[in-house]
Design a protein around this ligand. Sequence first.
Ligand code: DCP
Ligand code: CA
Ligand code: CA
Length: 373
Amino acid sequence: MASSLQTNRVIIHVDFDYFYAQCEARENPSLKDRPIVVCVYSGRGEDSGAVATANYAARKYGVKSGIPIIQAKRKLQDVDAAFLPVNFDLYDRVSESIMSILRGHAERFEQVGIDEAFLDVTLKVERDFAKATQLALEIQNKIMTKERITISVGVGPNKLVAKIAAGRQKPFGLTVVRQEEVEAFLGPLPVNELLGVGRKTVVVMQEMGVNTIGDLARFDLDKLVKRFGKVLGVYFYSSAKGIDVSPVQERGMAESISHIPTLKEDTRDLDTILEEAYKICTDVYERAGELKLSFKTITVQLVLQDMSTPSRSRTFEAPVENLETLKATVKELFQKLLVEVPAELKARRIGVKISNFSATRQAQKHITEFTAR
Ligand code: DCP
Ligand code: CA
Ligand code: CA
């Protein structure tokens, strides 16, 4: 029976608070108390584009993800707000550091997008929600201390409950829902809190007299199946009862790890390029080490002033075993690549990518131990 499976698990869900805006505030503390609006500019005019996210000071004025920048400016016209362009390099870097801390605390780990993850901690906390609460607080504080980022956390008997719990108290919130509390926790919430219940479904459910998750849990299963089909009907019904047996599982192995920062000044000077490139080598090499991946392919890339992106790569027979080989190869590849690019064009960005992964011996050992248990 499904319920016996789920009472046995302890799942933590983590969602980073106002993520892009919080990264910006961390890098520039003078922004801290001001409304911050992170913008995806379309490139067509100064105010054209959409808001990626905003901090809580800006949300007070009704600014939120997805609204036009021009509308956000109107809402904040009398306030000293900061409008910043997205800086994905920064968000990726912060996300990777936090994810690797989180991964270290989980028996099973699943990253979802740039700012969310599930951790299965069942064995570690011995199925004890009091211990899980302690662990969740520890994780929150560790990320605050090490990365200076607040996260909100939900603890529940499965992924569905943990995720909804994490969204209940923000920012820097912790919400714990034990199996016996699931019904009372979910009951009063609007149906759109359930994954897969979008705006159209909400309207249909309203017509059926279903507004809350509790209404849905008490609704007649046959009628739901008639209206939504067997798969969706059963899914809505069991979700409303807080049933979810889906496992926490690592998403497919990364295809590649790369970093392609913008240079301080456009250049085609090999030494300048290499100075930056060696830093990237160290970054991607350490990242692969954390993920216990070894790689056979090394690629270097340039983004030139005309936005063309020439690249060169080499694939080794055996996994690359050390950082020095990576750096030496990157040097050789950039030397060759620079000869090929038109003399009048300088590089705006340079990148290093490693790919063609396999699990290292250490990781394989871990996987075998795990399956043998
Ligand atoms: N994002 C975006 N465009 C959207 C929604 C989100 O670019 N329409 C980006 C910016 C967010 C990040 O994704 O910082 C994470 O999205 P969340 O929905 O988790 O929102 P936030 O982290 O910004 O805020 P919250 O504190 O509510 O989680
Ligand atoms: Ca978030
Ligand atoms: Ca999120």
